[in-house]
Design a protein around this ligand. Structure first.
Ligand SMILES: O=C(CO)COP(=O)(O)O
Length: 304
């Protein structure tokens, strides 16, 4: 497998997955943190940082409104931008209807979400049926249809982790399964009344590599291994789905590869040095403003 250094996103990401945590107070604290980050940031940096916040659904709108109140924060400083997303969408293949308890991607787009987390290990554990490959593909299609950018999680278990070959096989199979039917998904996603070839010229997604045994465990995977696996993943994407998606103006050089699992304010200093990683998916430490600020500073200072 060749390591392709070209495949690097043109910005860096810190993705804050609150999981089933948060409060109005946390929304307010986040806004203060963002103000501080922007005001302290060196405006001459070349690599922009996008902070993506994924609160539980009841807080999405509150957080977005508080963010709006900050004014032109994203304009003042091209280097740091903030976007909001959701942690899950329904696998029901409709925008509206009698589906008690379900939330569609159309609704999430309506309240200002830009991103949607798909195929997260914890969601799969809690609700395997709703996260079958068929349902993941429905979620992908409906995200694109409603202009949401999917953050697609992939990973492997501790048993598979012991051999690079089994990791490679697992991530290869998972990526290929999820992105099989690509033509069909894209064509279906374009059936939205408001979207046609002119307005919907680009397919975007982020891939998040999260080994399941590192999630919530305080065990960061060895950085050398993360580097190797991230290279393998970028190779798999470029070898297997790039040709399929070129016609949809998907730019492989823009693919963001995100790493997640027990990132904190200490280990970020090391893992930040990886040239293969375009950003981080953070769980517990995204709830701790001091740690998160520290993580953001490290990403701003190290990744380039
Ligand atoms: O699952 C994760 C982010 O989506 C990682 O969670 P932790 O950072 O708490 O390990």
């Amino acid at each position: 497998m060749m390591i392709d250094k070209k495949i690097t996103a043109n910005k860096k990401y810190v993705i804050c997955n609150w999981k089933m945590n948060g409060s109005v107070l946390l929304c307010e604290e986040y806004c203060r943190m963002i103000e501080n980050l922007v005001s302290c940031n060196d405006k001459n940096r070349i690599m922009p940082l996008e902070i993506i916040v994924l609160p539980p659904n009841p807080y999405i709108n509150i957080f977005s409104r508080l963010l709006d109140n900050l004014g032109d924060i994203n304009m003042q400083n091209d280097i740091i931008s903030v976007r909001v997303g959701a942690q899950s969408i329904s696998s029901v293949d409709f925008d509206f209807g009698s589906y008690t308890g379900e939330v569609s991607s159309k609704m999430l787009h309506d309240i200002g979400c830009s991103y949607i987390l798909i195929n997260h290990y914890e969601s799969k554990k809690i609700n395997p049926t709703c996260n079958s490959i068929k349902n993941i593909q429905i979620k992908l299609k409906n995200s694109w249809k409603n202009c949401l950018i999917p953050i697609v999680c992939i990973g492997h278990t501790i048993e598979e982790h012991d051999s690079i070959n089994s990791v490679q096989e697992k991530v290869f199979n998972e990526i290929n399964e999820i992105f099989s039917n690509f033509d069909f998904l894209i064509n279906e996603s374009r059936k939205n009344d408001h979207i046609n070839d002119k307005t919907f010229s680009k397919i975007e997604f982020l891939l998040a590599y999260e080994p399941s045994f590192t999630i919530g465990s305080d065990k960061l995977q060895e950085i050398d291994k993360v580097d190797v696996i991230c290279s393998i993943i970028k190779d798999i994407v470029s070898n297997n789905i790039e040709s399929n998606i070129q016609k949809y103006k998907f730019n492989i050089n823009m693919l963001g590869l995100i790493y997640g699992g027990s990132i904190d304010q200490f280990n970020i200093k090391y893992i930040c040095n990886s040239s293969k990683i375009d950003g981080f998916l953070i769980g517990r430490k995204s709830l701790d403003i001091e740690s998160l600020t520290n993580i953001c500073y490290n990403v701003l200072n190290r990744l380039s």
